[in-house]
Write a protein that binds this ligand. Sequence first.
Ligand code: FES
Length: 103
Amino acid sequence: MVVKEHPILGTCENEEYVNITVDGEPLQVRAGSMIAPALLEQGIRVNRYTRKEHKPRGIFCGIGQCTDCVMIVNGQPNVRTCITRVEEGMVIETQNKVEKEEA
Ligand code: FES
């Protein structure tokens, strides 16, 4: 899902990665990327759930305007992940995640 060759921007040569944790799982993601697209590259499409109906939300605007992509980053809620860069050691959690009850 990453554009590595672009007709105008050229070839992506960034092969540096940082280590982050997402909902307790360690991941390596591309350094310099914003959080939301870095997670999308890893197949993570849900960033938060709505409070009342617990409906999943992910990237919508991608420019920091809609707040659909907010997550808990290093303990701080409501971080717009589409405009926040990944950093080494970041701890990221899905916001308003409801754990499924065991049957
Ligand atoms: S996707 Fe809209 S603020 Fe991030």
